[in-house]
Design a protein around this ligand. Structure first.
Ligand SMILES: Cc1cc2nc3c(=O)[nH]c(=O)nc-3n(C[C@H](O)[C@H](O)[C@H](O)COP(=O)(O)O)c2cc1C
Length: 203
């Protein structure tokens, strides 16, 4: 069984419709450690030793947050700047994250059509996530296509429920080693076609 560290970042959880429900679907699953960064560090005083210890004791790192200004909420940047130290995460002898898997799970106000080169936002989500994916790669991690819940504005409860179910399937498949990574890499986002990437009979 893989151990999953879920780094969760939402600066206004009381207003959240989607991330709150996505988190609820997976936070108590066996093998999942839920680490709510805003709850843990309301003053942004990230405990580097605690976070590094969590990272080394887990196999798969999931970073879940709403997409804010084509990026992460600020605590994720603070966390990266402090926790991913030279000589620990990268650089000379910086190999503590090497070989771990990394997944970004985001929700976007914009719909999928808006995240095309010829769409409203002029870039794909994967292009915009380059700082995250490249950071993971620099640290020797295996970065997966992201889990994306597009179009959260006015998203119906039924659609949120479907995303909850998909997210639970993804997290369980990652935990149980039932996700076909080669097949996953053929998709722009992980939840584009879950039946094609989760091994049959495993859920
Ligand atoms: C400060 C701020 C910045 C945002 N920036 C973006 C953005 O760049 N792209 C986008 O698609 N949605 C953007 N949104 C919309 C959020 O992504 C959306 O409200 C969120 O994913 C909904 O999830 P929640 O119900 O868990 O809050 C932004 C929202 C806020 C409050």
């Amino acid at each position: 069984m893989n151990h999953i560290l879920l780094l969760f970042a939402h600066p206004a959880l009381e207003k959240s419709r989607v991330n709150r429900r996505l988190a609820r679907a997976v936070k108590k699953l066996r093998g999942v450690t839920f680490n709510d960064l805003y709850e843990q560090y309301p003053e942004f005083d990230v405990d580097v030793a605690r976070e590094q210890e969590l990272l080394v004791t887990h196999d798969i790192i999931v970073m879940q947050h709403p997409f804010y200004w084509y990026s992460t909420p600020p605590i994720v940047k603070q966390w990266e700047d402090l926790v991913l130290e030279h000589g620990w995460a990268y650089g000379t002898n910086g190999d503590k994250l090497r070989g771990k898997k990394m997944l970004t799970a985001i929700t976007t106000g914009g719909g999928e059509d808006a995240y095309r080169r010829d769409g409203h936002n002029g870039h794909t989500v994967n292009e915009l996530l380059a700082p995250i994916s490249q950071t993971a790669k620099l640290c020797g991690m295996d970065y997966l296509p992201p889990f994306v819940a597009y179009g959260t504005h006015g998203m119906k409860k039924d659609t949120i429920r479907e995303h909850q179910e998909d997210y639970r399937r993804v997290i369980e498949a990652l935990r149980d080693g039932n996700l076909d990574f080669d097949a996953a890499r053929e998709h722009s986002h992980l939840n584009a076609d879950l039946d094609a990437i989760i091994r049959k009979g495993s859920d």
